[in-house]
Design a protein. Structure first.
Ligand code: ADP
Ligand code: MG
Length: 461
């Protein structure tokens, strides 16, 4: 703590470090309690280096940190409008472990005895935390089905595919977690296509232990391979083919995920592709509005952070792509709420989501610009489009031309001119130059222009 106070601003220490409670210290493993999953993710993303350094300094090179989430207060649970399933009351889960010495390989090469495998499942990716909607119902049902009878349903392999952030990893892990809970003796292993590849290379080229590698995988009861599209390369595909056959023949369960359908996987051996189609392939789609909103509510509730319905509704409307982006926006908003100790406004939510999904698409037309300019100066559209040289009207007309050029992509000077009562392009160019010159010399004029521009961009929110 002393070390941390020296390198981190006092305000940050107050917000992020004072809320951590020590739970236990055994050997070199320090267990601490933190208020929420989000809190723990934030700590790791913002202060990992400092935490690492200070732990190593105090506990030595083998230092290890384990987080435990503080149980949710029951009064927060009560304020949740329509909770799916059981509210997470008084449930303490350990969500993330961090090992400074690097993540050890997921497997120990086995002897003849029963394998000891760390399934490498994240307890957060459970079915309880998975919001089901039309976009993922089939995948969720299939995953729950196989979790109830691994290797004994026709869904073998279960092949889940879809774009990024749609929940492939979550649903695959949820199946693994549920299996581990119902059948604790089954050997479950989660591995990514990339990890499999690296382990294979290591087994073959470094250790010269391909047989051990294969033997290890053949002892698994439930094998989850995430992002199988990364499993390119002949040697490891052959190894995987053998493992697949062995497991399948012995009634073991396979769960595979991919960013595309089996038919679209390139650089894959045909015999593997045909096996991927043996069981059930299910696609995950982008979530609809109701599912997005439900996910946000569920997540904010789970983290124990109060965010207004208005803000959640805004996010659900604004971010349509996938769960990961929704989650990213929510995490920033929760950070903001936690740090400022006050409610987050819709304006702030708009700023945060803009960073994630870019500016909202605006459809500003010349017509809209002209009508707002006329309103602003209290003049008629006829006057604006006329050839009148009255100063106030000339100025309004010039501002309308200038804003048309500034706010409408790829519009030509000629088009602006013809839409402004048939002026030529030189007149439009002159108008644009006059307005920008005036903006740099006349403060009040600049304020008018900025005010109109703000009205235009705001009406498109
Ligand atoms: P993918 O593997 O398809 O890229 P992930 O499974 O990693 O996507 O999901 C991205 C994030 O969104 C994860 O944090 C996950 O928990 C969350 N998420 C995805 N689907 C859901 C869902 N249906 N309900 C709640 N959270 C979800
Ligand atoms: Mg994934």
């Amino acid at each position: 703590m002393r070390f941390i106070s020296q390198v981190i601003e006092p305000r940050q220490v107050e917000i992020w470090f004072k809320k951590i409670r020590p739970v236990s210290l055994a050997d070199s493993t320090l267990t601490v309690e933190v208020p929420s999953q989000f809190f723990c993710e934030y700590l790791e993303s913002a202060f990992l280096d400092v935490i690492k350094a200070s732990l190593k300094k105090e506990l030595g090179a083998a230092a290890r940190l384990v987080y435990v989430i503080r149980p949710v207060q029951s009064q927060q649970a009560m304020s949740y409008p329509q909770g799916p399933g059981d509210p997470p009351v008084n449930k303490s889960i350990s969500v993330s472990t961090w090992q400074p010495s690097g993540n050890p390989g997921p497997f120990v090469f086995p002897g003849i005895t029963k394998v000891q495998v760390n399934p490498r499942l994240n307890p957060v990716y459970s079915f309880e935390n998975f919001v089901v909607g039309d976009c993922n119902r089939l995948a969720a049902n299939a995953a729950e089905n196989i979790a109830g009878a691994p290797g004994k349903t026709p869904f073998n392999p279960l092949f889940i595919f879809g774009g990024p952030g749609l929940g492939k990893t979550h649903v695959a892990q949820a199946a693994g977690l549920s299996i581990k809970k119902q059948f604790p003796d089954l050997v479950v292993l989660y591995v990514t296509g990339n990890e499999f590849k690296t382990q294979y290379m290591d087994a073959v080229h470094v250790r010269n232990k391909l047989t051990d590698f294969l033997a290890y995988y053949m002892k698994i009861d439930v094998l989850i391979v995430d992002d199988i599209q990364d499993l390119v390369g002949q040697g490891n595909q052959t190894a995987f083919f053998n493992i697949f056959n062995h497991l399948h023949q012995n009634g073991k369960q396979l769960i595979l995920t991919s960013d595309r359908a089996p038919a679209e996987l390139q650089n894959f051996e045909e015999r593997l592709l045909s096996r991927f189609k043996w069981g059930l392939s299910v696609e995950l789609y982008a979530p609809d509005h109701a599912t997005r909103l439900e996910m946000l509510k569920e997540r904010a509730f789970r983290e124990g952070v109060q965010i207004s319905d208005e803000v959640l509704e805004y996010l659900a409307t604004r971010i349509k792509t996938n769960f990961r982006e929704l989650e990213g926006a929510l995490i920033s908003i929760m950070a903001s709420a936690t740090m400022s100790h006050k409610d987050v406004s819709v304006e702030e939510a708009a700023r945060i989501s803009e960073k994630i999904v870019g500016e909202e698409e605006v459809s500003i037309t010349i017509d809209k610009i002209q009508s707002i300019v006329c309103d602003y100066f209290g003049i008629t559209r006829e006057a604006l489009l006329s050839t009148t040289r009255k100063r106030q009207i000339v100025q309004a007309r010039q501002i309308a031309m200038y804003l048309s050029r500034k706010l409408i992509d790829n519009i030509s000077l000629a088009t602006i001119g013809s839409e402004t009562g048939g002026k030529n392009h030189a007149t439009v160019l002159h108008a644009c130059n006059t307005v920008s010159d005036l903006c740099s010399t006349d403060r009040l004029f600049k304020k008018d222009v900025a005010g109109i521009e703000a009205m235009l961009t705001r009406t498109n929110r």
